[in-house]
Design a protein around this ligand. Structure first.
Ligand SMILES: [Zn+2]
Length: 314
C-alpha cells in the first residue's frame, strides 16, 4: 500500500503551504505604530467606589507610572537595532513588590499560572464587553486567585519581587504591573505567533491585532454596542503558527503509528503515545486548540501498543 508514504508527503506539503501563507500574513502588519500616551486617570478613584462604572483601575494608585520608561502602549522595544523591532502590547505601572492587584471588571479567570517572562500571569475574560484583561509580573510566592468567576475590584494577586516576576537574581526586573486589554476572549486567540493570547511584545502594531490602550479603556468607561469588535484578519495570519506546530506533532504521531504498526514495534507505539500525551498535556496547559487532538492520538497509540504487547504475551 502506498498510503503510508503518501500521508507524510501530503502533510509535509500542507506544512510548507501553511508556513508560506503564514509568513505572508505575518508580514502584512507593518504600518506606522507611534507610542500612545497614558490616558488621564485622575477620576479613577470614583471608578472604584461606584458600581455604575464597568471598569476599575487594577491598582489602588491610579497614577503610578513613570513617563520616562519605554512602557506605554505601542512603545517600540528597547533594542532599536532589532529590525523590525517589537511593540509593547500593554501599559506598565511601576509599584513596589507586594502591591495588591484587583480585577478590572466582572468576569472569569481563564488562566492563572507561571508564564515565561511574566513570572505569574492572570487572564480574565469579560464576555459581557467582549474583552479580556491580562495581568503580568505577578508574584508566584504570594497568594493569587485560581481560575473561576471574579467580580470587579476583587483582589486577584500581588506584584512580584524583582527575582520572581519574570526577572532573576542575576537579571532582576523592576516590580511593575503589565496590564493588557484586548478585544475578544482568550480562547479566540492562538498560543503561538504574533496573535498569541499572552503576548507582551509583538512585531505587528498591537492595535492591529486587537490590543486596546488600557488607560483609555478605563478612563473612557464606554463600551461599543455589542462589545468591543474583533480585529480584522484572515485565519492563517492568526492561527498559522499554532496550526504548523500542531501539524508537526500530529504528523510525527501518525508517522510513528504507521511505521510501528507495520514493523510490529509495540514498544515504539507505547513510547510514541507517551511522548504525544506529554506534548498534548503541556499544550493543554498553554491553551492550545490542538491539544485534544493530540491527546486523542496518544490514546490511539497507547491502545494499539498495549494491545499488541498483551497479544504477544499470550
Ligand atoms: Zn510591559
Amino acid at each position: 500500500m502506498k498510503t503510508g508514504k503518501l500521508l507524510p508527503k501530503s502533510l509535509l506539503l500542507a506544512c510548507t503551504i501553511l508556513l508560506l501563507s503564514c509568513l505572508a500574513g505575518c508580514a502584512q502588519n507593518t504600518g506606522p505604530c507611534p507610542p500612545q500616551p497614558y490616558a488621564d486617570l485622575s477620576d479613577a478613584d470614583d471608578f472604584v467606589q461606584d458600581d455604575q462604572f464597568p471598569f476599575r483601575f487594577p491598582l489602588d494608585d491610579a497614577n503610578p507610572y513613570r513617563t520616562e520608561k519605554f512602557t506605554k502602549f505601542c512603545t517600540p522595544g528597547r533594542n532599536r537595532l532589532d529590525a523590525p523591532y517589537k511593540y509593547h502590547a500593554a501599559e506598565d505601572y511601576f509599584q513596589p513588590a507586594g502591591t495588591p492587584v484587583y480585577a478590572l471588571a466582572d468576569g472569569e479567570i481563564s488562566f492563572s499560572g507561571r508564564m515565561g517572562g511574566y513570572g505569574w500571569l492572570i487572564i480574565i475574560d469579560h464576555p459581557q464587553y467582549n474583552i479580556y484583561s491580562l495581568y503580568g509580573h505577578l508574584s508566584p510566592s504570594r497568594w493569587y486567585m485560581k481560575p473561576g468567576p471574579v467580580v470587579k475590584g476583587e483582589l486577584i494577586g500581588y506584584l512580584g519581587d524583582s527575582h520572581e516576576n519574570g526577572g532573576s537574581l542575576e537579571q532582576p526586573l523592576e516590580p511593575h504591573l503589565h496590564l493588557g486589554i484586548r478585544a475578544g476572549q482568550r480562547r479566540d486567540y492562538p498560543a503561538k505567533g504574533e496573535w498569541r493570547w499572552m503576548a507582551g511584545w509583538i512585531r505587528p502594531c498591537p492595535a492591529d491585532v486587537g490590543w486596546l490602550r488600557p488607560s483609555e479603556v478605563v478612563a473612557g468607561q464606554s463600551i461599543p454596542e455589542g462589545g468591543y469588535p474583533m480585529p480584522n484578519t484572515d485565519f492563517l495570519a492568526m492561527w498559522g503558527v499554532e496550526v504548523l506546530f500542531g501539524l508537526f506533532y500530529l504528523a510525527s504521531g501518525l508517522g510513528v503509528l504507521i511505521y510501528a504498526s507495520r514493523k510490529n514495534k509495540s514498544l515504539l507505539l507505547v513510547f510514541g503515545g507517551v511522548v504525544i500525551a506529554i506534548a498534548g498535556w503541556l499544550f493543554l496547559q498553554g491553551g492550545w486548540r490542538i491539544s485534544p487532538m493530540l491527546l486523542g492520538l496518544a490514546v490511539v497509540l497507547l491502545f494499539f501498543g498495549i494491545r499488541r504487547i498483551a497479544l504477544q504475551k499470550r
